[in-house]
Design a protein around this ligand. Structure first.
Ligand SMILES: Cc1ncc(COP(=O)(O)O)c(C=O)c1O
Length: 406
């Protein structure tokens, strides 16, 4: 007699719906928008995709630093002098001279007392949020927060209280209901990356401070570009001195990989010993911190690039609107211009039509997007020339007419 095997739930059954959506989409004959390969990358704004020279309008390379000659040279020198990796945690054998230098560059960039570098921006949010807000504390956050912010909340033991996107009154009410004496952390983003809209930080930071809360602002999509010195939306709105923690990433304007937190908090340095996503992972390779430090220093003096990127954003936004596309914001607020698609099928068809025209954009869909939207997200680069922006507009017009969106 054989033993009876008890029935167990298929652990993968929770993915059946997404498997089905994907199969239906691919059965329509459209190219898979989530497995594009860049066969060769020619510059911050051009790559070879499917054998064709393609304009890149879907990277986070806002300031075009990936091919900067000084940045590349710094990376090469570090590879030669320090090897390919650190093979260890920052608190053991993984702090090299380069890690100290990039933290110094960040302190100078933000004019803040402390900077702590993580292996990714995702880990920076995970680490700072879960470590700072613990049991009995409250995190009040915008409901459209990035996955890394939500995951930081999930990793910690604080009570998590979301409020409606960019709604100052809702935030005020949530803060008002927190029990007397509890620790409070408000978590906001400078630029929300799906629609490219910015937060009313001036008002929100004031409300948070009135309630005695600490404030963390994720400036992943604004660093390097927004604000006089490129410090982000908090700088642009004049409230950076009231923000307790700024989170940022090297994977966007800085042009490499890594994450960081800067702060003026007098006890900040203790986080290096108690923040698990900092302690229990290998530090960034020497070549990466060297490229990041060089890039951050160059971004301190990139006023002209910032101005050109604003011009690009305004021209693309205005041009797409004039063609009849529905956009994520009334006015251009960042380097992201989100084009709202009627549904996933037409979004994927439009994405493919643009790729055939020689233009790469990001197709974004739930759960990354708010309100179940399908978006074609365009992110501009300071290295896009004005002529390229006109070419892009021509591509959108042809593709939009072919797919029947405009
Ligand atoms: C708002 C925000 N925070 C954090 C991150 C994570 O950055 P990283 O790519 O360095 O992990 C992202 C990345 O897309 C982001 O959009």
């Amino acid at each position: 007699m054989g033993e009876t095997v008890s029935e167990t739930r298929d652990l993968f059954s929770k993915f059946d719906e997404i498997i089905q959506t994907r199969e239906t989409l691919l059965a329509s004959g459209v190219e898979d928008p989530f497995s594009l390969v860049m066969e060769k990358v020619l510059s911050p704004t051009r790559a070879i995709c499917n054998g064709r020279s393609t304009i890149l309008l879907g990277t986070y390379n806002y300031m075009g630093m990936t091919f900067d000659p000084d940045v590349i040279q710094a990376g090469k020198d570090a590879l030669d002098n320090y090897g390919s990796g650190t093979t260890g945690s920052r608190v053991l054998n993984g702090t090299y001279q380069g890690h100290k230098e990039v933290e110094q560059a960040l302190r100078e960039f933000y004019a803040m007392d402390h900077a702590m570098v993580f292996s990714t921006g995702y880990q920076a949010n995970l680490g700072i949020i879960s470590t700072v807000a613990g049991k009995g504390d409250y995190i009040v956050l915008d409901i459209d927060s990035h996955a890394s912010i939500w995951d930081g909340c999930a990793l910690g033991n604080a009570e998590v209280v979301p409020f409606k996107h960019n709604d100052i009154e809702a935030m005020d009410k949530r803060l008002g209901r927190i029990p007397e004496g509890a620790g409070k952390l408000v978590v906001l983003e400078g630029v929300y990356s799906m629609l490219g809209d910015i937060a009313p930080l001036k008002e929100m930071v004031a409300v948070a401070k009135r309630h005695g809360a600490m404030v963390l602002v994720d400036e992943a999509h604004s660093m390097g570009f927004i604000g006089e010195h490129g410090r982000g939306v908090a700088e642009a709105q004049g409230v950076i001195d009231n923000v307790d923690f700024i989170i940022g990433t090297f994977s966007k304007s800085v042009g490499t990989v890594g994450g960081f937190c800067v702060s003026n908090h007098p006890k900040f340095e203790i986080l290096r010993l108690v923040c698990r996503p900092y302690v229990f992972t290998a530090s960034l390779p020497p070549s990466v911190v060297a490229t990041a430090a060089t890039s951050v220093r160059k971004l301190m003096h990139a006023g002209n690039k910032r101005a050109h990127l604003w011009e690009n954003s305004k021209r693309l936004h205005g041009g797409l609107r004039a063609q009849g596309f529905t956009l994520g914001t009334e006015e251009p607020q960042s380097a992201i211009v989100a084009v709202i698609m009627p549904d996933l099928e037409r979004g994927a068809a439009m994405w493919e039509a643009l790729l055939k025209e020689g233009l790469y954009v990001n197709l974004a869909r739930p759960p990354a997007t708010p309100a179940g939207m399908t978006l074609l997200r365009c992110s501009l680069c300071a290295e896009h020339s004005s002529e390229e922006v006109e070419t892009i507009l021509g591509m959108f017009e042809r593709a939009g007419k072919a797919v029947g969106i405009i």
